[in-house]
Design a binder for this molecule. Structure first.
Ligand code: NAP
Length: 163
């Protein structure tokens, strides 16, 4: 596959593990310079090293995107560091809890990372993409659009993922 991403800069939130890591690795293999992100320096650093060892370009940033101030620092750092052409809003969380045990604070905590952080990143990076005349913000199906039908399980997560 050649997605013609040479010279493009990609930020993948929550790429220190799991699906985000796989996306970051794929984008790097396609030629993009990737910002690997997570909350733990050791896991972020391990993914950065893994990408570099395969000849890819990667750097790492540690930030808790559920914290509005840390999220603002994350965005301004990426913009100062040359800007962003591709944003993949992947960071997120879920917990196996149901209506009997989920608390109002659980709803707020999950909303902060699964919804508000994504909105902040979109609004933070979009103006530069517009002025540059090129930008991509793919909406990962796995991260955002699988909550079209609620049920008894994980109500706080499903509510934040409804399209
Ligand atoms: N796996 C599934 O079956 C599945 C199904 C539906 C949807 N999803 C969604 O797909 C996305 C990725 O899933 P995954 O299974 O790959 O998850 P994962 O392995 O748990 O990885 C989640 C990533 O998000 C980061 N993250 C979590 N909370 C964060 C916060 N407050 N601030 C910054 N980074 C944070 C984690 O960083 P740390 O390492 O620092 O925690 C990690 O890099 C998530 O949005 C998840 O909700 C997954």
């Amino acid at each position: 596959m050649d997605l013609q991403l040479d010279g493009k800069r990609a930020v993948v939130t929550g790429s220190s593990a799991g699906i985000g890591e796989a996306i970051a690795r794929r984008l790097a293999a396609e030629g993009a310079a990737v910002t690997v992100h997570g909350r733990r320096a050791n896991t972020v650093g391990a993914v950065v090293e893994a990408i570099r060892s395969l000849g890819g370009r990667a750097s790492g940033v540690v930030a808790d995107l559920a914290d509005p101030q840390d999220c603002a620092r994350f965005i301004s750092g990426a913009l100062t560091d040359g800007g962003v052409d591709i944003l993949v809003n992947n960071a997120g969380a879920f917990a196996n809890r149901g209506w009997d045990d989920v608390t109002p604070q659980d709803w707020l905590d999950l909303y902060a990372i699964n919804v508000a952080a994504a909105v902040r990143c979109i609004q933070g990076f979009l103006p530069r993409m517009r002025s540059a005349g090129w930008g991509r913000q793919p909406v990962p199906y796995h991260a955002r659009l699988c909550g079209h039908q609620g049920g008894g399980a994980q109500p706080d997560r499903v509510a934040g993922q409804a399209p």
